[in-house]
Design a binder for this molecule. Sequence first.
Ligand code: KIV
Ligand code: NA
Length: 270
Amino acid sequence: MKRLTVPAIQRRKFEGKTDEPLVMLTAYTARQAQILDPHCDILLVGDSLAQVIYGLPSTLPVTLDMMIAHGAAVVRGSYHSVVIVDMPFGAYEASPQQAFAAASRILAETGCAAVKLEGGQAMAETIAFLSQRGIPVMAHIGLTPQAVNALGGYGARGKSQQEHAKIMADARAVADAGAFAVVLEGVMEELADAITGSIDIPVIGIGASARCDGQVLVIDDMLGMFDRVPRFVKRYENLAETIEGAVKNYAADVRARAFPTEDQVYRPKK
Ligand code: KIV
Ligand code: NA
């Protein structure tokens, strides 16, 4: 299986294949990537690794080095999906030049195909700067977690007329600037439908609408590994419970000297 490309992802919308939504999940480790890869179109190394891997309270403390370390692991563990790495807070907002320096490190040091950055109209110039210089950019609008201090929380966006218009303008701006796709997070369903119908790049929804051009979830959320999850997460498994059960059995075995048994020890051959 040959690895999918960014143009192939973008073409899915031009070719009107709305019957075949794009499948995207986050991944943070090589083994995780190996398991998800055959079933996905896009693997996102999200800065959600802040909460998911590192126990941080928000995505703001994530560094470029953290994103590069996990990005490289996910690229090594996959051969089919397009791998996209999040640009961390503080690494790209100051100027297109700052963004290019960060993004070029990410591409060069991980082998990923594209970066994702948060922001709409305010990031349009940066998106154009990068994409005209060979760095494909996925935009992320609506609920943008790196802006949690400005937004005042992680609640759904686009409820007021004003916010609706702002997010619609953000979608148009990133598409016009040359983003190859856009993540639309935590918005009213009706707004998600309107955006999906009015821009010609794939709109990947999370807490958006079933009619988006694709869907993304945080892998630990959908596997039931993370305790507090937003309304938009569907739990496909309860892995935390499964793991806890296994660990309980192991602990009991060790305490009862029921592990290891003769199957797990080395003895001279007879
Ligand atoms: O960091 C992340 O996991 C994301 C997705 C939720 C889109 O940005
Ligand atoms: Na992110």
